[in-house]
Ligand binder design. Structure first.
Ligand SMILES: [Ca+2]
Ligand SMILES: [Ca+2]
Length: 265
C-alpha cells in the first residue's frame, strides 16, 4: 500500500468520524399557547383541538405537531379525533375520539372500546428516547411506532393491523409507565429515527406477537417526549470505517517489515 492509499484511507476514516454528529438532547411539551390558547374542559367539544404545535427545547429542536387518531371509522378503520389538552404548564395531552363525549376518564388517551393514538410529526428526523405521562387511570401500558415509509404517513382509512406493512416499525410496547419513577419510560432501544411517531394506549392490533397485556384498561395523558437527532451509523458506514482502519494497520506493518522492524516500534 503506497502513501497515497494510506492518505486516502485516513481521509475516509476522518470524514466518517466527522459525519457522526454530536448528541443534542431535545424535549417537547405543549403549553396553552401551543394549543389554540386554551385548555379543554371535560365534555366541552369546542375546547378540543385538531392539533397542537410545540417549538421544543432548546430552540434548535425541530418543531413538533401533535394530532389525534382512533379506529372509530366504519370497519374499525382509523380516523382523526381531537387532542384534549388538560390542566396547564405543561398541558396534559389526551385523545377524545369521535365516539367519546369527553367525560373522564375517556378523554384520556385510552383503549377502552377504541384504540387512541397521538401522532407526533416533527420538522426533522428525531430519535425519541423517553416519554413522560402526567395522568393515568387504572393502567398505563403504551405502544409506540416510528414511520419509515416514503412521504408523510396516511393513517385515515387504514386499520391498525395495516401499519407494520405500511412503513411503520414497532418501537415497542411499554408496561405500567405511570408506575415508573417520574412517570416516565426509556424507549427506543433499537434507535429508530423518524419525523413521525405514533404513541398510543397499548394496542395489540398493530402487532401479532404482542405481549398479551390487558388492552381495555389503559387511560393516560402525555406530558412530554425527549429525544435527539443522533443517527446510528449504517452498517455499510461501519464496514467502510473498518476497511479504512485495516488499510492503515496493513500499511504500517508493511512499512515496518520493509525496514526490518516489527512495524509497531
Ligand atoms: Ca379517549
Ligand atoms: Ca393494560
Amino acid at each position: 500500500m503506497n502513501s497515497k492509499t494510506v492518505l486516502g484511507s485516513l481521509v475516509v476514516a476522518c470524514s466518517l468520524l466527522a459525519s457522526m454528529p454530536a448528541s443534542a438532547a431535545y424535549s417537547w411539551t405543549f403549553s396553552r399557547s401551543d394549543c389554540a390558547g386554551k385548555v379543554a374542559n371535560s365534555g366541552v367539544k369546542s375546547d378540543w383541538f385538531t392539533s397542537c404545535s410545540s417549538t421544543g427545547t432548546p430552540s434548535s429542536a425541530p418543531d413538533a405537531t401533535v394530532t389525534a387518531w382512533a379506529n372509530t371509522a366504519t370497519g374499525s378503520k382509523i380516523e382523526s379525533g381531537y387532542v384534549g389538552a388538560y390542566s396547564d404548564d405543561p398541558l396534559h395531552l389526551g385523545v377524545v375520539n369521535k365516539k367519546e363525549d369527553g367525560s373522564q376518564p375517556n378523554h384520556a388517551m385510552d383503549n377502552n372500546g377504541y384504540y387512541d393514538s397521538l401522532l407526533m410529526s416533527f420538522g426533522g428526523a428525531v430519535k425519541l428516547t423517553s416519554l413522560e405521562l402526567n395522568y393515568a387511570n387504572t393502567d398505563s401500558d403504551l405502544t409506540v411506532l416510528a414511520y419509515y415509509g416514503s412521504g408523510a404517513p396516511v393513517l385515515a382509512g387504514k386499520s391498525y393491523a395495516d401499519l407494520l406493512s405500511s412503513g411503520w416499525k414497532l418501537v415497542g410496547h411499554y408496561a405500567d409507565v405511570y408506575s415508573n419513577a417520574n412517570h416516565a419510560a426509556t424507549i427506543n432501544a433499537s434507535n429508530y429515527i423518524s419525523s413521525y411517531w405514533l404513541i398510543g394506549a397499548y394496542n395489540p392490533l398493530v402487532d401479532p406477537s404482542n405481549p398479551g397485556w390487558s388492552a381495555t384498561n389503559d387511560y393516560v395523558k402525555l406530558r412530554s417526549v425527549t429525544g435527539d437527532t443522533t443517527r446510528v451509523p449504517e452498517p455499510s458506514s461501519l464496514l467502510m470505517f473498518g476497511l479504512a482502519f485495516a488499510g492503515l494497520v496493513y500499511a504500517r506493518k508493511r512499512r515496518g517489515s520493509d525496514a526490518g522492524g516489527t512495524g509497531f516500534a
